[in-house]
Design a binder for this molecule. Sequence first.
Ligand SMILES: [Zn+2]
Length: 280
Amino acid sequence: MKVFVDYEILTKSKGSVSFAFNVLGSNFEVTLIFTTKNGGFSTGDYKSLNLSPYVGDDEKTVKRNRRRVAKLLGMEDFITIQQVHGSDIVYFGKEKLRDIRIEHLDIKADSLITDAASIPIGVLTADCLPVLVVAEPGIVAAIHAGWRGLVEGVIERTIESLQNLGAQEFLFFFGPSICEKCYRVGEDVSLIIEERFKTGIMNIAENKYVSLKSIGFQILKQMGVADNFLDARDIDENKEKKVSSIAYNINDCTFENRNYYSYRRNKITGRQAGIITLRR
Ligand SMILES: [Zn+2]
């Protein structure tokens, strides 16, 4: 696979997308984007590009926001689901294309998979880790991974499902999320994480901090599907190179960077999205 920055989408988005990439595979192409909170129509606590219909924002305005983002992908909307910090997966198979509605769906799960073209799938976040996955021979996933989802095994289960569907070479994109310097947790949480992963907890001045991304990468490494963790900002320097087994880190902290929604910063707030779509 080859990876490129999608400058066209970035320019068109006028700040509502912070990162956009294209992946060129053997017989497919993938576009993936990460949105900010800028350039939408929501007001008040949700200002302005809130993409979640279930955080209390005005429904029509959310639809308008979603249409604005989907247009960048040449679509009217994209699929999201009711995320519940678990590890259930929903698969949108190409054989059932006619039955798939492209919009927010009332399905409870935290991971989406599709091998169908032009079915954009996305996860909604405000501090949690969005992981977008591209795999040969043309299959993609979007994972919502907070600490609970990681403990529940949402990443492992998604990789296993992808492998069962024939996925072989992988690329991962770890989107904007709360960083390890900002994600302080109590002893109750840190004990569960340490017990499960033996990594991902930092001790700073007797306080415990979680690194969602280092846990995420360790899982990929142990499963043998990624062995490099690279800065996504360097992607364009290597655009001629064939790549696989890489997790690209988008090193933006949602808590520190005011271009993003952060649940820790504002309890009542909107959600940004990581969206991925396959083309053949
Ligand atoms: Zn931070």
